[in-house]
Ligand binder design. Structure first.
Ligand code: FMN
Ligand code: SF4
Length: 440
């Protein structure tokens, strides 16, 4: 039976009978030969050989019509982003930067895709390359993913040898390169403009926008930045149609999605299902319920930077932008952190603030100083030395950080502070009241 969402609509539909398309249960699918045997690269072949049906702008139109929204966190329309690329200017190279840097706590789904179905990513890149007439794609992978980088390099070499990448792909007049670029384990490298700096061999400082990458990206040339899961959806849209894709999951945020479930659940892991799943279904059925039969206390739906929700706030809430916005949070990367009744929310916030302080690139004062101060204050409260006034100072610091910096890391650092304190205020107040400075 489809589960009713908060507004009564069925969103994920019959998710129990859902057929996986991003991570289908095919043995050794990570190998080129197996991928091809199961229909792999047919979408690319169609796009390159049916030049009328699949002219580049028609590919972009199909992606737009599918309703695909970026899976890297911001949820921007992918087709729209592709259409921002300027007309081809002979002599000016055009690039894709494919973002596989994931490093936000709670987000570990791209790694699963790279490990189990890397050719879906390569095929998606090539389809996007055709649609936007791209000369080269830099596939930026988190350097710690040593094993699958090695494997992807091995498979990419096969693609070059078999004529799927490089000059005159599949004997057509379309040429495009793919280069794997290893990151070095900094969260900020995943931010789209600092990723570009990093590929250019510079320190990963985010750039001020505008200009946006489509106007001035890699080496000042038109560039589109997309997440790996986003691009992996392109072959599915070509093969099965935009309508099929738009019909999966939530109406305004459709498609298959990789949910990363972690924390105090019985079966943490990466699960593929439609968007629009009830949060309660994901926890109770997909992840096997709360570990040890404990009660649910809180969740963070989409990676550490999105606002935390109390257990009493998730009834009927589904995993899509609209429902989560209404509930007071965001979809982010669909990496859900689940916390049980024993979780100390001050300690939770202490961990999160430590991460953001460590990962700030230090370029903007509100972020460089603010992340340090919020970590200090939350640590002070946790160690029994905080005062109620510190809670007001923390809110004030968030005001000083939000929307005042070059990139969104400062916002990502401030939101959990604001929301965790607002939504679990009694816990913070209790620690402050027991503090040795309680009178201040
Ligand atoms: C601090 C920071 C870190 C980010 N890290 C990643 C990341 O690791 N992977 C990713 O795909 N997007 C990341 N993003 C989002 C990217 O800037 C960008 O929006 C995304 O790659 C666009 O792809 P999409 O439209 O396919 O989602 C990050 C953003 C910020 C502000
Ligand atoms: S907000 Fe923080 S991480 Fe982003 S550019 Fe400024 S200092 Fe660097």
């Amino acid at each position: 039976m489809p589960s009713p969402s908060r507004n009564g609509a069925t969103k994920a539909g019959d998710w129990r009978n859902y057929e996986r398309v991003l991570l289908p249960p095919v043995r050794d699918l990570h190998r080129f030969e197996v991928y091809v045997k199961h229909g792999g690269y047919e979408a690319l072949r169609a796009v390159l050989t049916h030049s009328k049906k699949w002219a580049p702008d028609k590919v972009t139109e199909a992606v737009k019509a599918s309703g695909l929204r970026g899976r890297g966190g911001a949820g921007f329309s992918t087709g729209l982003k592709w259409s921002f690329m300027p007309p081809v200017d002979p002599g000016t190279p055009r690039y894709i930067a494919c973002n596989g840097d994931e490093s936000e706590p709670g987000t570990f789904k791209d790694r699963q895709l790279m490990e189990y179905n890397p050719h879906l990513i390569f095929e998606g890149i090539l389809i996007a390359a055709r649609a936007m007439q791209i000369d080269a794609t830099y596939l930026y992978i988190r350097g710690e993913y040593v094993d699958w980088i090695r494997h992807m390099e091995h498979e990419l070499a096969k693609l070059y040898a078999e004529g799927y990448v490089g000059k005159r792909i599949l004997g057509t007049d379309f040429s495009s390169e793919i280069i794997i670029h290893k990151g070095a384990g900094a969260y900020i490298c995943g931010e789209e403009t600092s990723l570009l700096e990093s590929v250019e061999g510079k320190r990963a400082y985010p750039r001020i926008k505008p200009p946006f990458p489509a106007q001035k990206g890699l080496w000042g040339c038109p560039t589109t930045v997309n997440n790996v899961e986003t691009l992996a959806c392109a072959p599915l849209i070509i093969n099965r149609g935009a309508e099929w894709f738009a019909g999966i999951g939530a109406e305004k945020h459709p498609g298959p999605v990789l949910y990363g479930l972690s924390g105090h659940v019985e079966r943490p892991g990466v699960y593929e299902y439609p968007t629009g799943m009830l949060i309660t279904d994901l926890i109770e059925e997909v992840a096997g319920g709360m570990r040890g039969g404990k009660k649910l206390k809180a969740i963070v739906p989409g990676g550490a930077s999105v606002p935390v929700l109390r257990a009493d706030m998730i009834d009927g809430v589904t995993m899509d932008t609209e429902s989560l916005r209404e509930a007071g949070s965001m979809m982010g990367t669909a990496g859900m952190l689940v916390m049980d009744e024993d979780t100390d929310m001050v300690k939770f916030l202490r961990r999160v603030t430590r991460f953001y302080h460590h990962e700030s690139c230090g370029q903007c004062t509100p972020c460089r100083e603010g992340t340090g101060w919020i970590e200090n204050l939350v640590t002070r409260i946790d160690e029994g030395e905080g005062t109620l006034r510190d809670l007001d100072i923390l809110m004030d610091l968030c005001d000083q950080m939000e929307g005042r910096t070059v990139c969104a890391l400062a916002d990502a650092a401030a939101w959990p502070v604001r929301n965790t304190i607002q939504r679990f205020r009694e816990e913070f107040e209790a620690k402050c009241r027991q503090s040795i400075y309680a009178m201040a």
